[in-house]
Design a protein around this ligand. Structure first.
Ligand SMILES: *Cc1c(COP(=O)(O)O)cnc(C)c1O
Length: 407
């Protein structure tokens, strides 16, 4: 059976050129970058070059890049690191209700340690309102963290506006840009962002490696203690194959973003339109326009998202309901709930995230498969049957009314 991968929001396949760039670092180039001999120097050179490439792709300086084990660690370092470094100045943090758990749970943990936390609400499309941020900032606010683009519904936030508000108020601004890299042009020379998280496996790089951008002069405490690696901010011998892979992947990811994201967005819009046309009672979640080029998130009434997922998987199609972390649990997505969906609608949600390898044929096959699956599942739903009866009744009622007025 041909398999179709529509879960690029969870992870992406490794780009062949990234694999090729990494291979020597699993083989002959094995030195420790901290060693002074030629083996070490060879590794150090690769580490330095990777840092330069990563910085260049972001519009940052090499010394502003700290390599981490991924997006989760980058978010933890940013939030806990700033909170601790500035704890004498203030203990108030602001984030949004739709963040990834790597941000939300970190902020919650700080809440238990005596920090005050404000969660900014979002509108029905998952957007944060800059006016709400302005109102939420207090004298003791030390950090605002709002994600660049949402992993579940794809909504892209007005990051430049939010960051500018923070800059004007002298408050640090962090953004989880894990989903944005390679999808949205992003330049840290122009964005007044102080800290930014990224993760290689979300842009065709390897898993287990990420980075935190920390603008020069930003106060940050470290979370782990040990060696002097990463300017002492992230001790431990570097994951050199991973870092080399991240650098190659980000170099490829930021090349030609406008052209590639335009064609992906066209495929996305075709998928959305086909779902809406071919299946009744489908609702698009997230923003219709300000959304990631590969993200489709829909609620299908009268079916469980999980049941749809299983059906799709049997047909070789990989999708997701909500985020990979919430699926498997019975809790409804906090993102969809924050957008104002009721529990039932949130449970009927399905996320299809496109990647560069997906084709029109795959998308059309997916829509046809979903249509069948929805019909089968609704056939077993008593709620759907009573809905249909209501629709038919009102249709008959409508006909009668027409007859009466005719008479
Ligand atoms: C995947 C993801 C993360 C976590 O990154 P890991 O490298 O898997 O730890 C954080 N934030 C967002 C928005 C993500 O999509």
């Amino acid at each position: 059976m041909k398999r179709i991968y529509l879960d690029h929001g969870a992870t992406t396949p490794l780009h062949p050129e990234v694999l090729e760039a990494m291979l020597p670092y699993f083989g002959q180039v094995f030195g420790n970058p901290s060693s002074v001999h030629s083996f070490g120097r060879e590794a150090r050179r690769a580490l330095d070059e990777s840092r330069e490439k990563t910085a260049l792709a972001l519009g940052a300086a090499p010394e502003e890049i700290i390599f981490t084990s991924g997006g989760t660690e980058a978010n933890n370092l940013a939030i806990q690191g700033v909170a601790e470094a500035l704890s004498a100045r203030g203990r108030h943090l602001i984030t949004s209700a739709v963040e990834h758990h790597a941000v939300l749970d970190t902020v919650k943990a700080l809440g238990k340690r005596g920090y005050a936390v404000t969660l900014l609400p979002v509108d029905g499309c998952g957007m944060v309102n800059p006016g709400d941020l302005k109102q939420a900032i207090r004298d003791d606010t030390v950090l605002v963290s709002v994600m660049t683009a949402n992993n579940e519904i794809g909504t892209v936030q007005p990051i430049e506006d939010l960051a500018r508000i923070c800059r004007e108020r002298g408050v640090y601004f962090h953004t989880d840009a894990v989903q944005a890299i390679g999808n949205i042009p992003l330049n840290l020379k122009e964005w007044p962002v102080d800290l930014l998280s990224l993760s290689a496996h979300k842009f065709y790089g390897p898993k287990g490696v990420g980075a935190l951008f920390v603008r020069r002069g930003t106060k940050l405490a470290k979370l782990a203690f040990g060696g002097g690696q990463e300017r002492k901010m992230r001790p431990g011998t570097e994951n050199l194959p991973g870092i080399v892979g991240l650098a190659k992947a980000i170099e490829l990811a930021v090349t030609d973003i406008p052209a590639r994201s335009t064609s992906m967005a066209a495929l996305r819009d075709h998928l959305i339109a086909s779902l809406m046309e071919q299946i009744e009672k489908v609702r698009l979640n997230g923003h219709p326009v300000q959304r990631l080029p590969g993200n489709v998130n829909v609620s299908v009434s009268y079916v469980e998202g999980e049941s749809l997922l299983l059906d799709l998987d049997l047909k070789g199609i990989a999708a997701s309901s909500g985020s990979a972390c919430t699926s498997g649990s019975l809790e409804a997505s906090h993102v969809l709930m924050a957008c104002g969906l009721d529990h039932q609608t949130a449970h009927g949600s399905l996320r299809l995230t496109l990647g560069h390898g997906n084709t029109l044929e795959e998308v059309d096959y997916t829509v046809a498969t979903l249509k069948e699956s929805v019909a089968r599942l609704r056939g077993m739903s008593s709620l759907y049957k009573s809905y249909r009866r209501e629709v038919d009744k009102s249709r008959h009622a409508g006909e009668e009314t027409i007859c009466i007025t005719k008479k």
